[in-house]
Design a protein around this ligand. Structure first.
Ligand SMILES: Cc1cc2nc3c(=O)[nH]c(=O)nc-3n(C[C@H](O)[C@H](O)[C@H](O)COP(=O)(O)OP(=O)(O)OC[C@H]3O[C@@H](n4cnc5c(N)ncnc54)[C@H](O)[C@@H]3O)c2cc1C
Length: 479
């Protein structure tokens, strides 16, 4: 029997399509009350290493995503109740007032998110109500996997082989329509969506060099999906272009929308299959699916190992004793003043836009840990703050992996930064984009300014130590 009213607590699932919590709620209640809370702990507190937990780029993206969700719900005759505060207290109050019996949400699996959902559950039990959990993050349902989560293979390739050919990705759930919603009769203020400054953030000065003008929300996410596949066919070349560094189109840029749940991975999969049937099926169309498998893999590893992914020894419980909590080195890395152009260009892009390519992320992470010997948790914590597409399991999982404390212990993931720079930025265009002080240096010399003679420095109007820092480490080791 349907309940009179139920709450849908939107979290990192800011969409109407393929949203299981919303779908389940609409089946269970006559009237649904959608709620989103900007949790003060997430938006106003700091990480263990002193960075804002949610930096301005992501905060802005979330504000836009919540606004878009509200617009879309209003268009269907519903509303999104928005609050700023402590989630469990706010939802509890609304639940009491609405006399609902259930709060629907998509389940999260990492510590801080679980604490909130557990606290809410406890509070609701005290008044005879409960949380109904659904799933909304992954391509695969854990219950469809051929192993229990605790037996997720530690090696990605093994995981991939066990799932990709045997386990079907489930159908995308339908997007609700006007007929599914009843207007909210509860006398409740819908609440204002906070601004960036309400969340304690400085305004963003858009940088013309940014890879993409990311705009939050399901509407933009669906546009991007359509653009990358159907409008431009960029998907057909994805495998060849995905290691690019400049612009919006070398990779899908789905990550920020995926992270806030504005885009469902199952929808991407469905569109890929449609694209393969109607246009082209090739290595590239497969490869986007392959990358989405990495996302599922890290989430499962996060579930399997719990808090270990945040600890210095990672899932391996061992770490390099040389890694130090050196704040000074960390700051130089953050500001892009290491004197290694490929690292500095990437770190500048990140600081000024909140985004960095996958190739860049691998290099700067390796450099921090394996060349500067700084505790990798500090780098992961900075990424948590600054990334527009921060996703707890993808971020900490990738850092575990590069720091060599992940569960896949096979190879030493050391990146020769000079070789990488020459390979992926052969003309030095990326470095020149973010480090204009190096713009006169020819391509064959740009990645190794240390080697320039005094005469060359004068010719290129770039004096080491004056216009650009001397390298912090001996670059000869990469030659
Ligand atoms: C140190 C480090 C930290 C990272 N932190 C994050 C993070 O916080 N959030 C995040 O979404 N990705 C993270 N990544 C993975 C990857 O860099 C980004 O997903 C990718 O750069 C986003 O751009 P895109 O959407 O254009 O990717 P595409 O190349 O178009 O890939 C499509 C999608 O596949 C998934 N994907 C691709 N590569 C990976 C990967 N290595 N691990 C997990 N998922 C992947 C993402 O969801 C991505 O949107 C991190 C990688 C490293 C090395």
């Amino acid at each position: 029997m349907k309940r009179k009213s139920v709450i849908v607590w939107f979290r990192q699932d800011l969409r109407l399509h393929d949203n299981e919590a919303l779908y389940d709620a609409l089946k269970a209640g006559e009237q649904i009350i959608p709620v989103y809370v900007f949790d003060k702990r997430v938006f106003l507190e700091k990480t263990k290493f002193g960075f804002p937990k949610t930096g301005k780029f992501r905060a802005q993206f979330i504000i836009e995503s919540v606004q878009d969700l509200r617009n879309n719900l209003r268009a269907l005759g519903s509303e999104l109740i928005v609050r700023v505060g402590k989630t469990e207290d706010i939802i509890f109050e609304i639940a009491q007032k609405a006399k609902t019996s259930w709060v629907f949400c998509n389940r999260e699996r990492t510590e801080e998110e679980v604490e909130v959902q557990d606290a809410l559950e406890q509070k609701l039990w005290s008044i005879g109500q409960e949380v109904r959990f659904s799933r909304g993050k992954m391509l695969y349902y854990t219950s469809d996997l051929p192993f229990p989560v605790t037996h997720t293979p530690d090696i990605f390739t093994q995981f991939r082989k066990e799932v990709e050919r045997f386990i079907p990705v489930r159908e995308v759930l339908p997007t609700p329509t006007k007929e599914d919603f009843q207007p909210i009769t509860l006398a409740i203020d819908s609440g204002e969506i906070p601004s960036l400054s309400d969340l304690g953030q400085e305004p963003i000065l858009p940088d013309a060099r940014r890879a993409l003008d990311f705009k939050g929300g399901e509407t933009e996410a669906l546009k991007r999906l359509h653009y990358y596949l159907w409008e431009t066919d960029f998907i057909q070349e994805y495998k060849q272009t995905r290691n690019g560094l400049i612009g919006g189109d070398y990779s899908s840029k789905f990550s920020a929308w995926l992270a806030q749940g504005c885009l469902s991975p199952k929808l991407i999969y469905q569109e890929l299959k449609k694209y393969e049937a109607e246009k082209v099926k090739n290595d590239s169309t497969y490869w986007l699916f392959f990358e989405l498998l990495w996302r599922d893999f890290f989430r499962l590893i996060g579930k399997k190992y719990g808090n270990k992914i945040f600890q210095k020894g990672g899932t391996k419980l061992e770490y390099d004793a040389d890694l130090k909590e050196n704040k000074q080195l960390l700051q130089i890395w953050i500001e892009g003043r290491t004197g290694v152009p490929f690292i500095d260009a990437n770190m500048k892009e990140l600081a000024l836009t909140g985004f960095m390519s996958n190739r860049g992320r691998q290099n700067v992470a390796s450099f921090l840990v394996k060349d500067l010997f700084v505790n990798w948790q500090m780098g992961a914590s900075y990424f948590e703050s600054i990334l527009i597409d921060y996703d707890v399991c993808s971020n900490w999982g990738n850092w575990n992996y590069i720091a060599g404390v992940g569960s896949d212990p096979r190879e030493n993931r050391y990146f020769n930064i000079l070789a990488q720079a020459k390979r992926y930025d052969p003309k030095g265009e990326y470095v020149k984009l973010w480090l204009p002080e190096l713009k006169n240096i020819p391509a064959d010399k740009i990645h190794y300014p240390e080697k320039l003679s005094t005469k060359e420095q004068a010719t290129y109007h770039m004096h080491l130590g004056e216009h650009y820092p001397k390298s912090m480490i001996k670059m000869e080791k990469w030659v």
